[in-house]
Design a protein around this ligand. Structure first.
Ligand code: F6R
Ligand code: ZN
Length: 187
């Protein structure tokens, strides 16, 4: 019998662009990120249509044991002095982890465990980030170019955004051209 050879989806490691596959895309704009940035007046004064990040995903079937693969393209920018970032989430199934791979640009992956201290991992092309279960995660773009990261996570993980309504406990800002990390109470 002739073996079946399948052409898998392709990703461009330099840009994170997918090819040869059905892709699902979602853009998150300033208007979608109410309550996410510390400086509410700066958020209100920002262009609500401005894209903050785009997520492109392979169209995988959701079932126990299956994995999603997606790339987040986080634009450079700030709201007030705070760098553009993703909303950030816990997985609804708290025990489920995820892996992020830095592809282009520079920034941080903010990790905040349910119990314990938050920390930042530097994201750059080639960086590998193992996000354990029970840990909220958010990307922050501290550079001047797009930050793209590939992620692989269980399709059953789900996203819990509400649990972080109080915000993460670290804020990353640009203070006169220097990256400043501040610890805060209740986001
Ligand atoms: C999936 C995952 C990423 C994020 C993406 C956007 O579990 O962690 O694909 O979903 O970076 O961030 P959120 O979902 O926080 O808006
Ligand atoms: Zn996740």
């Amino acid at each position: 019998m002739k073996p079946v050879i399948i052409q898998p989806p392709q990703v461009d490691w330099l840009t994170g662009a997918f090819a040869q596959s059905k892709i699902l895309s979602k853009t998150t704009r300033i208007a979608d990120l109410a309550g996410v940035f510390a400086d509410t007046s700066a958020w209100q004064e920002s262009d609500p249509r401005q894209a903050v990040y785009d997520v492109e995903m392979l169209d995988s079937q959701t079932s126990e044991g299956n994995l999603f693969t997606g790339v987040t393209h986080l634009h450079p920018g700030r709201v007030g002095s705070e760098f553009f970032m993703t909303r950030g989430h816990f997985h609804s199934r708290r025990e489920q982890g995820e892996v992020y791979f830095g592809l282009r640009g520079t920034g941080f992956l903010l990790l905040q465990p349910e119990s314990g201290k938050a920390c930042l991992e530097s994201v750059s092309p080639g960086s590998v980030h193992i996000i354990p279960g029970y840990t909220a995660h958010r990307l922050i773009n501290t550079g001047t170019a797009i930050l793209s990261a590939l992620a692989v996570w269980p399709t059953i993980a789900g996203h819990d955004y509400a649990a972080l309504a109080q915000g993460f406990s670290l804020r990353v800002t640009d203070v006169e051209g220097k990256i400043q990390v501040r610890e805060v109470q209740n986001g």
